[in-house]
Design a protein. Structure first.
Length: 843
């Protein structure tokens, strides 16, 4: 990884940092060379390859090296430049020992030397790599060993050293130049200053020195076990940057904090939804009655209570009531397809289900399908029944509730084709509440926008922010289906909300003149925050880029973003919150050095108990910490790298999990569902970003019959009946055969971009007929990344979604000065329909 993005065109500006290995290390390397039959060139090439491999996360690296090319006797005495370049592919796969790696490099070097007269230009021509103006072909890193005898100067007792001269040029990303003196190895690293800071290259030299020490100490050590970190660097990464301990006093759950505010400020607003409002006293009493009613029906610690309801004050009171009873709530989004609801309830097998009138039928169908014998109660109807229950608080001592007991179970996408339930303990929300108070400025004046679905962990963040310190939670009314753009701006203004968690895609739907002026704290996450989103929304408020999977209680890492970060290509995800820890580890669970890519492991108070009824998966993803006795770490599968100041930069995934519009999706789950459909032999699903900022799902399917067409509409409909809409691919590509890698695996990178047929547009193509339709086609083309768009094509069949529709409506308003209600567009999402709306009545 580089410190800065690679420029579009290589500019060759460079710098030079000196390298010197002391006499003791040089002597030990010479001894190693004698034992293994290798030269210092081979030793240094191996060590340099190890450093590059660990920094890049690649087990094979290609390094260029110059050769004098004077092996023929007829040119030995000629003056001139005969140097050629060899491209050496160093293979460190399968964990060789130091001695085995040296033997590989020895064989590689000698074999390459036999072909040193083959011009490098011909090698490039035969290999035919992708050409780019931003970097050289085949390799971007060089290693040069100067083995010509150094000039010998004698000035009495005066010692003469060679000093590197200023070198403002670098033809490659990095070039390691070394030579041997009397008793040392010296030289320097030439680096491209457009890519690297000097301090970074100095660290690389330290890594090289540590690898060489490890090699010299034990030739039988596995090469991938050699440490790049000295003792000081190790202590800084493992201990100093994870010194997050804070004492917030004895543990108590968030609902106990709610009870304290109900006693201290009973008339303060706690929950608002539409015209319905509840004070702390009212909401606490209602939740208490439900808690007593639930306990009378056998609910206690370790008991699961499913909650499938629309937004309402009663829904939030139900969340509190379930936790007050000692039970754990299992949120189920009533807008999900029946099959998805059935999957969740069938896996959870709750003790009982709380629902509302609008959702009851779907719940009962799901329970019947899965054979789950759980009673179903409507919260509005049964409220009359539990109205006579006690309104007194249930103390944690009375119900024997502890921090390790489950608080809730949230389902996330699963790679096997079924969702998996994350069991989170009460310790998590309580720790999050205390950790956020200072950075987020939480107090009794906090008014939190409740935006997330109850089925997502962002909802936990919302009620923790609201209730932890006497604030209020503000829910859009249940009949307001699309709270985006103008609607969201109006809601925020009406309720004067001060804190929110929103994904970047939601913020991109906001009209250009929207300000969300009352928002004091804006928290953004779920996916990478585009610089344009940060630049627009950071002013006049605290703006945070946050990170945290469901398995670690909503958020774990926080980065406050200010004006100093303007212009940065990406925003870091920051540092761990109080009483949380973060480690970047390699495949052997060892800390990676600054700049190297490692898997992110999270520890601390927020780590969940595991996956519901999935002991094998729990053991795989939740592991004992090698750094702190008794601590557990969650393996996130996310990749990151340390920045020099201890912040973490997000670098993507190491598996097939993706984030789209803030939703966490296991591609394997969609692939399993799609492959099980009639007519599909095998399927692969990718998240593509063919247009910047427009990430979408594309399915590739191999039909069972060789000549059979791919029934795109039918596949989409069947998936919509099983999966939430955000998990249904926007395009389906028919494959006659899979592109394969050299290992005979599907080459996902070689799968083609979808064309118009893959998008499954219905009906014939009708070109734009009026100037208005032509403008609308241009708007759609830019948003959807689809070149050929007809006026009767369906926006959603072309890959659109509700957030993109809001951006489209904003663009239409900018172009024509006319606002189109989102609901009106949804009635007929075509350009033809939009054009009729935009044509004035008198034309």
């Amino acid at each position: 990884p580089t410190d800065r993005p690679r420029p579009a065109e290589q500019d060759y500006r460079g710098g030079l940092v000196g390298v010197e290995l002391d006499a003791a290390l040089t002597a030990s390397l010479k001894a190693l060379g004698l034992r293994t039959g290798t030269t210092l060139f081979m030793l240094m090439l191996t060590a340099w390859s190890v450093v590059l491999s660990r920094l890049s996360g690649q087990e094979e690296v290609v390094i260029g090296t110059p050769v004098a090319n004077r092996g023929r006797s007829e040119i030995a005495g000629l003056i001139g430049f005969f140097v050629n370049t060899l491209a050496l592919r160093v293979d460190l796969r399968d964990g060789p020992t130091v001695a085995q790696a040296l033997e590989r490099v020895k064989t590689l070097s000698l074999t390459a030397q036999e072909h040193q007269e083959l011009p490098f230009e011909q090698v490039v021509e035969q290999a035919n790599p992708v050409r780019s103006l931003s970097y050289g072909p085949l390799f971007q890193v060089m290693f040069a060993w100067q083995n010509n005898e150094a000039a010998d100067f004698h000035f009495g007792d005066l010692r003469v050293d060679f000093l590197p001269a200023p070198h403002p040029v670098s033809k490659y990303d990095l070039t390691l130049n070394l030579y041997e003196t009397e008793d040392r190895i010296a030289g320097g690293i030439e680096y491209a200053s457009a890519l690297f800071d000097r301090e970074t290259v100095e660290r690389y030299i330290g890594y090289l020195r540590e690898v060489l020490r490890g090699m010299a100490a034990n030739a039988e050590a596995p090469i991938d076990r050699l440490s790049l970190l000295d003792a000081n660097a190790y202590a800084r990464i493992v201990d100093e940057w994870n010194r997050t301990e804070r004492d917030f006093g004895p543990w108590r759950p968030v609902h106990a904090q709610f009870e304290a505010f109900a006693a201290a400020t009973p008339d303060a607003l706690a929950i608002a939804c539409g015209d319905d409002e509840a004070t702390y006293a009212r909401a606490n009493a209602s939740a208490n009655r439900l808690a007593h009613w639930l306990r009378a029906r056998g609910v206690g610690t370790e008991t699961l209570v499913a909650l499938c309801v629309r937004r309402s004050v009663g829904a939030i009171e139900a969340v509190l009531g379930i936790m007050k009873s000692g039970g754990a709530y299992v949120p189920v989004d009533p807008t999900y397809p029946d099959a998805r609801i059935a999957d969740m309830l069938g896996d959870a097998r709750p003790h009982l289900v709380l629902t509302d009138r609008a959702s009851r039928a779907a719940v009962e169908r799901a329970l019947a399908r899965e054979g789950v014998d759980a009673p179903v109660f409507e919260i509005d109807v049964e409220r009359v029944e539990w109205a006579d229950a006690s309104a007194e608080n249930l103390s944690v001592e009375a119900i024997d509730l502890h921090a390790e007991h489950p608080a809730y179970v949230i389902y996330t996408s699963g790679s096997t084709g079924k969702p998996k339930g994350v069991v989170s303990r009460h310790a998590g929300p309580s720790a999050l509440m205390h950790a956020l108070r200072e950075p987020f400025g939480l107090d009794a004046e906090t008014r939190v926008l409740q935006f997330a679905s109850f089925s997502f962990d962002a909802f936990v963040l919302e009620w923790v922010m609201a209730f932890g310190f006497g604030g209020s939670l503000h829910l859009p009314p249940p009949d307001e289906e699309y709270v985006l753009g103008d609607v969201l701006e109006a809601f925020v203004a009406k309720h004067r909300t001060t804190h929110c968690f929103l994904t970047p895609q939601v913020l991109l739907t906001m009209p250009p003149d929207a300000r969300l002026a009352t928002m004091r704290v804006m928290t953004c996450g779920g996916e990478a925050v585009p610089p344009a989103v940060f630049e627009r929304w950071h002013r006049d408020r605290r703006f945070f880029n946050v990170y945290g999977p469901t398995e670690t209680t909503a958020i774990t890492l926080v980065q406050r973003c200010d004006a100093e970060m303007l212009g940065a290509p990406s925003l870091p995800i920051g540092r761990p919150l109080a009483n949380e820890t973060a480690y970047l580890l390699d495949a052997a669970m060892r800390p990676v050095p600054i700049g190297a890519v490692g898997e992110l492991y999270i520890g601390g108070a927020g780590v969940a108990l595991g996956y519901l009824r999935r002991p094998e998966l729990t053991a795989e993803r939740f592991v004992d910490s090698p750094f702190r006795a008794g601590d557990r770490l969650y393996r996130t599968g996310d990749l990151g790298r340390w920045l020099p100041d201890g912040r973490i930069d997000y670098m993507g995934r190491n598996d097939h999990q993706v984030k789209i519009r803030g939703f966490r999706i296991e591609l394997g789950e969609i692939e399993a569902r799609l492959s099980a459909l009639p007519g599909v032999k095998e399927a692969v699903v990718l998240a593509r970003e063919d247009q910047p900022g427009q990430k979408h799902l594309v399915a590739y399917a191999l039909p069972e019959a060789e000549d059979a067409p791919l029934e795109t509409d039918a596949l989409r409909e069947r998936l919509l009946a099983q999966l939430p809409d955000y998990m249904v691919p926007s395009a389906f590509v028919r494959m006659s055969a899979w592109p394969l890698t050299s290992n005979n695996k599907i080459d996902r990178k070689a799968l083609p971009a979808p064309d118009a047929e893959a998008l499954g547009r219905s009906g014939e193509y009708v070109e734009p007929r009026t100037p208005i339709e032509e403008v609308l086609v241009d708007i759609w083309r830019e948003l959807l990344g689809v070149e050929r768009i007809g006026v009767r094509d369906d926006f959603f069949e072309l890959g659109g979604h509700s957030l993109l529709a809001m951006r489209m409506i904003a663009a239409v308003r900018d172009a024509f000065g006319i606002g189109v209600p989102l609901r009106t567009f949804f009635e007929s999402p075509t350009i033809e329909h939009l054009g009729r709306i935009l044509i004035p009545d008198d034309l």
